[in-house]
Design a protein around this ligand. Structure first.
Ligand code: SAH
Ligand code: MG
Length: 195
């Protein structure tokens, strides 16, 4: 494994930056490879870890990724430079809900504020190619979605409710076939049906 990748993992751990979990990222990279995904939109860059790893799957892959936190955005830019991927990864510093995109993507990867997942989904599905896929991270929220609500703080309870609403939203969405995989922190794969 490239030591620069490991450095990012250590940095994320030390600074409590919630990059994708080990099994989750391997699942995602495998999916990208198997389905020949080339154009990716990511909501939630953090320090650029997942964007870089997705890009490294194949030299034809390009990533557009959105981050609202300035410090993380700057770290992402630096990391992307270290891998010389400036030409293939575009980072947008803005709240994703304020971003308007014209381009079409094979995959949209949602990995940002959990309370806004439905909004991200509804906003960006117009940028998803026919038979594209929307992948959502953290659907298990460290197992908290299965816990007794009464044991949770108000804040966490709110997020758990939002995530459960999102899972219901995915399951009831007739235009997509959704499977939630028990890898990493719970990864949802929603494939748009060809109808
Ligand atoms: N995908 C990254 C981890 C992202 S962590 C990886 O696996 O390497 C989630 C990030 O989403 C945080 O850095 C947070 O600042 C950002 N974020 C949360 N809500 C957002 C929003 N509405 N718009 C843009 N970025 C957002
Ligand atoms: Mg995540």
């Amino acid at each position: 494994m490239d030591h620069k990748i490991e450095e990012m993992e250590i940095y994320a751990k030390q600074n409590k930056i919630p990059i994708m979990e080990h099994d989750g990222i391997l699942f995602l990279l495998d999916y990208i490879k198997k389905h020949n995904i080339q154009r990716i939109l990511e909501i939630g860059t953090a320090i650029g870890y997942s964007a870089i790893r997705m890009c490294l799957v194949d030299s034809n892959i390009t990533v557009t990724t959105i981050e609202r936190d300035k410090e993380r955005y700057q770290q992402a830019i630096q990391n992307i430079k270290k891998f010389e991927l400036e030409n293939r990864i575009q980072v947008i510093l803005e709240d994703a809900l304020d971003v308007e995109l014209e381009d079409m993507y094979d995959m949209i990867f949602i990995d940002a504020a959990k309370s806004q997942y439905i909004k991200f989904f509804e906003k960006f599905e117009k940028n998803l190619k026919k038979s594209g896929v929307i992948i959502s991270d953290n659907l298990h929220f460290h197992g908290l979605v299965y816990s007794d609500e009464n044991t949770l703080s108000r804040n966490v309870r709110g997020m758990v409710r939002k995530l459960n609403q999102y899972t219901e939203f995915l399951k009831n969405n007739e235009q997509y076939e959704t499977t939630i995989y028990d890898v990493g922190d719970g990864v949802g794969v929603s494939v748009r049906k060809n109808i």
